[in-house]
Design a protein around this ligand. Sequence first.
Ligand SMILES: O=C(O)CCC(=O)C(=O)O
Length: 260
Amino acid sequence: MRPCRLALLVLYVLYASAAEDQCPNTSSAPEPEAEELSANPRVVRFTKLLTNDECDQLIDLGTPRLQRSEMGSFEHAPTSDADAPAIQRTSSSILFDRHTDADEPLLHHLRARLAHLAGQPLSLAEPLQLTRYSPGDFYGLHLDASDEVPRVATVLVYLSDDVEGGETCFPRIGTAGRMRPLAKLAAAGMLASELAKGSQYCESDRAVLRVSPRKGDGLLFFPFVDGAPDHDAVHGGCAVRRGVKWVAQLWFTLGLDAGG
Ligand SMILES: O=C(O)CCC(=O)C(=O)O
């Protein structure tokens, strides 16, 4: 194992043991129903994680400041590796600012709630992101984490209903034994061409995990496991065919607490 991975692993073990204490449930909202959609990689769906009002308020708060979505994390420019240009993202987003938006009660409350559900300390949470997909918009297959951006957990919350298409697609789930390991393709420099096949996994006759947007529901998964990106957690957002899909994303990233 490379020294930086070992260091990250040690960091992770240390923080994970403390995490339970650091993410108390500060909300009076009832715990949403949780359903494990996949054990490995682990993907959990929460039903009615946010209320309709919370979804609508978040959209209202972010809409005036939407811009073309970018790749990468809020601290690192487009992401992980030389494969990044092959990935496409056509939506609009706002990354709520940690300082400007710090006093916004809705954001404060939602971040704490999502951290609790993810079992992660709030100190590892990036700023909350809000994203809008209009008809035709999509997010190609990608890994949320890299060695430089060790995102240990992702929470996605769907904020709108009445959308056709727009499923969150995990092409490595449901295809066990039928696909070459993505990590090996990455090592062979073939990650970009594999990720570019994204849209074919959105077709309805393919038996991969696809989660349809349902207002208020959330997904939790873990892009960085045991000190390395988990290639099996690769995912993307299928093109929206009708309606407007809104999601909120919160990533939990190792080292944020140390770096500020
Ligand atoms: O929109 C989706 O369903 C997926 C979004 C996503 O993968 C992301 O923001 O990292």
